[in-house]
Design a protein around this ligand. Structure first.
Ligand code: ZN
Length: 210
């Protein structure tokens, strides 16, 4: 007989805590080194409060890692800015790049910033109730453009994996999410961005389903 995974009940609190999580990752402000274009502003912030929490992720991962299982979790990204850039997560593409993901916003105001391997960007603003579908092959990161914590839940195929270095290899995403001086966010060109070669793009766009 087939060995079935046991059904589970989890609970997400209004503050983004997940009961029954199986893994947690906490990133301090100092851990965000290299993400922001304004390096002197980042160093000043680290000197002031580098040990403060920047974001935390709690996830529930079923016992078996198989394409037909799902990983579910919560992400809480705290508010702040480095120069005119908003706090953001490190971001990633899935190691199996053809695996998609869903994000649901519980609290705060954020942007799901997405970039295709060819550098085409697609940032989408999220407020409580927003659901963003991150399709296969898109690099994605959360940006907090609000005043309070930006809290989301996410769900993706259990075998997706995360490649956290893809953004760093290109000098960041092609665009920065910055404050426009009027209390709103805007995309700005990232001067450090290095486009991916066509061979690299093709490699990321290869389907590895199954
Ligand atoms: Zn993801």
């Amino acid at each position: 007989m087939r060995n079935l995974t046991t059904p589970r009940l989890l609970n997400v609190s209004p503050g983004g805590d997940l009961t029954g999580y199986t893994g947690a990752k906490r990133s301090l402000i100092v851990d965000l080194k290299g993400l922001f274009a304004r390096e002197e502003a980042f160093d000043r912030l680290v000197a002031e409060r580098g040990r403060d929490l920047a974001y935390e992720v709690y996830e529930f991962r079923p016992d078996r890692v198989a394409p037909h299982e799902l990983v579910f979790g919560t992400s809480t990204l705290h508010a702040g800015k480095v120069g005119d850039e908003f706090f953001m997560t490190r971001g990633h593409i899935h190691t199996r790049t053809d695996r998609p993901e869903i994000y649901f916003c519980h609290a705060g105001r954020g942007v799901m910033h997405m970039e295709a391997p060819d550098g085409n960007t697609n940032p989408i603003e999220m407020t409580p109730g927003s659901v963003v579908y991150v399709p296969s092959f898109w690099i994605h990161r959360s940006v907090n453009v609000g005043e309070g914590p930006f809290i989301t839940t996410f769900c993706y195929p259990a075998d997706a994996g995360q490649d956290y270095d893809i953004i760093e290899r290109s000098g960041g995403m092609r665009t920065l999410i910055v404050e426009d001086g009027d209390g709103r966010w805007a995309e700005d060109t990232n001067p450090r961005y290095r486009p991916r070669s066509e061979a690299e793009q093709r490699r990321y766009l290869t389907e590895r389903a199954g």
